[in-house]
Design a protein around this ligand. Structure first.
Ligand code: GLY
Length: 370
């Protein structure tokens, strides 16, 4: 373990990515401090928790990254559960993507990873599915984790157990640097006092707010509104992933429904009648009977999007400042691989060739340098 006088590495952001990276580093014996403005605004508390590289139709390097993470998740979760004593609700339950025609199905970017279902098989899998869905792809390898109620809490507890220090209510206003060397952050504490926190090393895990803190990083918010329903027991066993709307059945019958994708909402907070109507229309289009199930909760949040919808991982332009942000629709899926790659870079552990090459693809300057 690092000695108690060692300067802690700062994690800017206490959301899923911040917690995952902090946990990984703490496991490797690093002293870590998380700066968190308001944890409930983190995308990790908002998402539906799908592990869906195939259902989401990811492509190219993002698909590769997603598949690598998916492979690591069972072991990663097992360790978190052991350290926290909290079951994270991981279920590789399979995801069904329905289509109105075979042509549409065959055009799905990850079709070759799925199993085709005809209408009859689809009706058996999803009793009550609307009649216009003629065929589907079943991705048995995709699944879910209960991010909102379990994973976030488990990671927090596991981090605390490993000695990670949390500073709550602290807003990071700016990154301080001298030429290309990271020197610390300007913060406003819970009492409104603005000070400089000097430090040599930090990881930017600030999701949709990353650009507000470090302007070189083009991350912008895409708002999502969600709701949950209480279904009759075992009404759905697999996730149903339609265009624009998906239904994620938790073990206890709660169905998490997502999500609007509001490109022009910026950081506009709150639910809107239009957004909620869109979700109900999406349910009607997929599984009409679900609109009769009792409604439980409604919420909203901001996905951290980037111009090419892929995350920024690894080194930044500043020596000492690392990036783990911009995961857009895939934060829950990518948390495991992000934490592993970042921790390896930070602790100067050797990356294998696949990891090294992959990290280059998600380097922040991929959009600016040719
Ligand atoms: N990954 C699903 C969403 O962002 O809505």
């Amino acid at each position: 373990m690092a000695s108690s006088t060692t300067e802690p590495l700062l994690i800017i952001g206490g959301g899923l990515m911040g917690l995952a990276v902090a946990y990984e580093l703490a496991k490797k014996g690093r002293k870590v401090e998380i700066l968190s403005r308001q944890r409930r605004e983190a995308a990790g508390f908002v998402a539906a928790g799908m592990l869906a590289p195939h259902a989401e139709g990811l492509q190219g390097n993002l698909l590769k990254l997603g598949q690598l993470s998916l492979k690591r998740i069972p072991k990663w979760v097992e360790t978190i559960e052991k350290d926290s004593g909290i079951n994270c609700g991981l279920k590789i339950c399979g995801i069904i993507v329905p289509f109105t025609s075979s042509t549409q199905k065959n055009n799905h970017p990850t079709a070759s990873f799925g199993q085709t279902l005809n209408r009859k098989e689809l009706e058996i899998e999803i009793p009550g599915i609307a009649p216009h869905w003629q065929t589907a792809l079943l991705f048995k390898q995709d699944g879910q984790i209960d991010n909102r109620r379990r994973l976030m809490r488990a990671l927090e507890k596991a981090c605390v157990g490993l000695g990670v220090h949390f500073q709550e209510g602290v807003e990071v206003l700016d990154v301080i640097h001298d030429h290309k060397i990271f020197k610390g952050v300007q913060i406003r504490n819970a009492k409104g006092k603005i000070t400089i926190l000097s430090n040599k090393e930090a990881v930017l895990c600030s999701g949709a707010w990353s650009k507000q803190i470090f302007k070189a990083i083009p991350v912008f918010p895409i708002k999502g509104q969600m709701l949950s329903l209480q279904a009759p027991k075992a009404a759905l066993t697999r996730i149903l992933y339609g265009p624009g709307t998906y239904l994620v059945p938790r073990e206890d019958g709660l169905i998490v429904i997502g999500a609007t994708s509001e490109k022009n909402a910026g950081f506009q907070t709150g639910l809107t009648p239009d957004g909620q109507q869109q979700l109900h229309e999406g349910i009607e289009d997929l599984l009409p009977s679900a609109n009769q199930w009792p409604q439980m909760e409604r919420w909203w949040g901001f996905r951290p999007c980037t111009p090419d919808e892929s995350p920024f991982l690894g080194a930044s332009a500043l020596q000492g400042l690392w990036l783990a942000t911009g995961h857009y629709r895939n934060g829950v899926l990518l948390a495991a691989i992000t934490a592993e790659l970042l921790a390896k870079c930070i602790c100067s552990k050797k990356l294998n060739i696949e990891e090294y090459e992959l990290l280059q693809k998600f380097h922040w300057n991929r959009l600016t340098e040719k």
